[in-house]
Design a protein around this ligand. Structure first.
Ligand SMILES: Cc1ncc(COP(=O)(O)O)c(C=O)c1O
Length: 392
């Protein structure tokens, strides 16, 4: 069946690169191509562009430019934050206990599991509410004098729920632990002022806010040391080895600057469409449930579970209608297992297997949302009828 139209509702997986960002990046592919570590004029030009980009990002985060480390994306930033701080603090006798949540992106959860499985760290995964909320009191109860790093996601990628970072960070600090947040989904939509958020380490990824893929940043509060997770040259003040990706770093800074300037208008647009989508689906699709917090959620993010529906089949039906969504996080797409995040939130496996994430973007229209609501209603109805037919 040919798709009657295409509707992209997977902006939490990735966004298109803004043409203004592409324009800013273009000279750095073949005009300003020196290695930023070289001491000649070619290198200095690249270095100047990178330092300008660092200043622009620091202005959005309201931090010092030296507190920004450039990385290859959100996954690397998460890895560097947790490994880098965890290793160094253990070496300095601070202890080896890591605390995180069961609703993190795998870049955090797998890193913590690997550090406890292979390197002798202790780990605690905090309990979460049915809406993926995290209670600062629960964190307080699990912190010990051995806790070195606490990592909690700012805006949940699968169900959109926001975390009370300042309160959580205050609890971590009271016991001498450093506080990391994965702000990959939040960046471009929520405030990133690191002092107000109270965070010590914060991960960003450019392709979630209309920048290029394969570039990210880690904010590291002045005074916090990291053991490099990627060793080699002395780039990034010895904290992350590897030749700078000048065009992508320039592109990320431009994308973040634009996102910050346009943040109010963008989030108003997202909220209106997200609410239209949530109302439409909950009204027109029987046995559909919103996952995550009903209001305290990412402006662009709508997520659901449908009883008696297999998420992978629903995604296929929607794809045939030209609609791009996801079953949870992009990394889980194509995996027929129920979402571990939804299981941790207390959903039974038969509901957790029927998850759908739809995330709106700058170019999404109300007509596209109306079309999507009708397509979801029709697809769910069809899948339930087929499931009934084959179960008798
Ligand atoms: C919350 C979160 N953290 C980390 C990542 C990984 O970022 P990247 O794709 O830049 O490695 C993602 C990507 O989906 C994400 O949603």
């Amino acid at each position: 069946m040919p798709a009657p139209r295409t509707v992209y509702l997977d902006h939490s997986a990735s966004t298109p690169c803004d043409p203004r960002v592409v324009e800013a990046m273009t000279p750095y592919f073949s005009e300003v191509y020196g290695n930023s570590s070289s001491s000649h004029g070619f290198g200095r030009k690249a270095e100047m562009a990178i330092e300008k980009a660092r200043e622009h990002i620091a202005a959005v985060l309201r931090c010092h430019p030296n507190e920004i480390i450039f990385t290859s994306g959100g996954s690397e930033s998460d890895n560097l934050a947790i490994r880098g701080a965890g290793w160094l603090m253990r070496a300095h006798g601070k202890g080896n206990h890591l605390i995180t949540t069961p609703v993190e992106h795998s870049a955090v959860s797998v890193t913590v599991k690997q550090m406890s499985g292979l390197q002798g760290f202790q780990s605690t995964f905090l309990p979460v509410g049915k809406d993926a909320s995290i209670d600062p009191e629960d964190l307080a109860n699990h912190l010990t004098d051995q806790t070195s790093v606490v990592s909690v996601i700012y805006a949940n990628n699968e169900v959109g729920t926001l975390a009370p970072l300042a309160q959580l960070a205050a609890q971590a600090h009271a016991r001498g632990a450093v506080f990391h947040t994965d702000a990959v989904q939040a960046a471009g939509q929520l405030p990133l002022d690191v002092t107000q958020l109270g965070v010590d380490l914060m991960s960003l990824s450019a392709h979630k806010f209309y920048g290029p893929k394969g570039v990210g940043a880690l904010y590291v509060r002045d005074g916090i040391d990291l053991t490099p997770a990627q060793s080699g040259g002395s780039h990034e003040r010895g904290r992350r080895a590897g030749t700078h990706n000048t065009p992508f770093i320039v592109g990320m800074a431009k994308a973040l600057q634009i996102a910050e300037e346009e943040r109010d208008a963008r989030t108003a647009h997202y909220r209106a469409l997200r609410d239209q989508l949530i109302d439409g689906i909950l009204t027109h699709v029987p046995d559909a449930y919103l996952t995550g917090h009903p209001t305290d959620r990412l402006p662009s993010h709508a997520s659901f579970v449908f009883a008696h529906v297999d998420s992978s089949k629903l995604l296929m039906h929607l794809d045939m209608r030209g609609i791009a969504g996801s079953g949870g996080s992009a990394c889980k797409t194509g995996n027929p297992e129920p979402s571990g995040v939804l299981l941790a939130m207390g959903y039974p496996p038969e509901l957790a297997i029927g998850s759908l994430r739809l995330t709106v973007g700058l170019h999404t229209t109300p007509e596209e949302i109306a079309y999507t609501v009708e397509a979801v209603r029709h697809s769910v109805e069809k899948l339930r009828a087929l499931a009934k037919l084959f179960s008798v």
